[in-house]
Design a protein around this ligand. Structure first.
Ligand code: ITT
Length: 205
């Protein structure tokens, strides 16, 4: 299997923020070359029709593994806000009424929906990583990062909801962390860590 997979892993995401983080989180995998869809000229928009993060991550990983003939790693993630009964959750990337909405629009929409509700606003980021092999075998791993939503944006790092997500037990938002700091505590970091044994097994490390 190791020879078949030739030490190559496709990072199956079209989200530039995720791609940067995944590259750095997976850099510790020796002798595994990482590719973005763009580098392989793969243009694929997978319909996220799953009922949970795991199903969506598997859909994305499988589609990219099939398109590339390489092992593919996908991340499906989202922000769960208790006061909104877990929203935006699975729909975090599409959470705003207007078409063409930006990350900033989604943050503003979230804060609008929370306005008037009692503070604090506990929340968590959740990420599920799926690793698909071209032979159809897929394995998943999950990571969670607890915190709360704050009413005003702080910090310029990261992406998505990071500027309004205050880490539990700390005084910084996710966007006030350096990339290295975020990669020590994030949901994605934890999911990648949980997926490490799978990856090492696939690549014979
Ligand atoms: P791909 O499916 O191509 O990977 P996507 O952005 O559509 O990209 P998801 O469907 O998994 O990915 O949506 C995840 C959304 O959750 C993402 O767009 C952000 O809005 C939010 N999110 C996930 N991880 C985040 C993080 O580390 N920081 C801030 N927001 C995050």
């Amino acid at each position: 299997m190791q020879n078949q997979l030739q030490g190559k892993l496709l990072l199956a995401t079209n989200n530039p923020g995720k791609l940067i983080e995944l590259r750095s989180l997976l850099a510790e995998l020796p002798k595994v070359e990482l590719f973005s869809p763009e580098e392989l000229n793969i243009k694929l928009q997978v319909d996220e029709t799953g009922v949970d993060y795991a199903e969506n991550a598997v859909l994305k990983a499988r589609a990219f593994a099939l398109a590339s003939g390489m092992a593919a790693l996908a991340d499906d993630s989202g922000l769960e806000v208790d006061a909104l009964e877990g929203a935006p959750g699975l729909f975090s990337a599409r959470y705003a009424p207007q078409p063409g909405a930006t990350d900033a629009d989604r943050r503003a929409y979230l804060l609008k929906n929370l306005a008037g509700m009692d503070l604090p606003w506990p929340a968590r980021f959740r990420a599920v990583i799926a690793v698909a092999q071209p032979n159809g075998i897929v394995q998943v791993a999950e990571g969670v990062c607890e915190g709360e939503i704050i009413p005003e944006e702080r910090g310029t790092g990261g992406f998505g909801y990071d500027p309004i997500f205050l880490l539990q037990g700390g005084d910084k938002t996710m966007a006030e962390l350096s990339e290295t700091e975020k990669n020590l505590v994030s949901h994605r970091a934890r999911a990648v860590q949980a997926a490490m044994p799978v990856l090492k097994n696939i690549f014979g490390i």
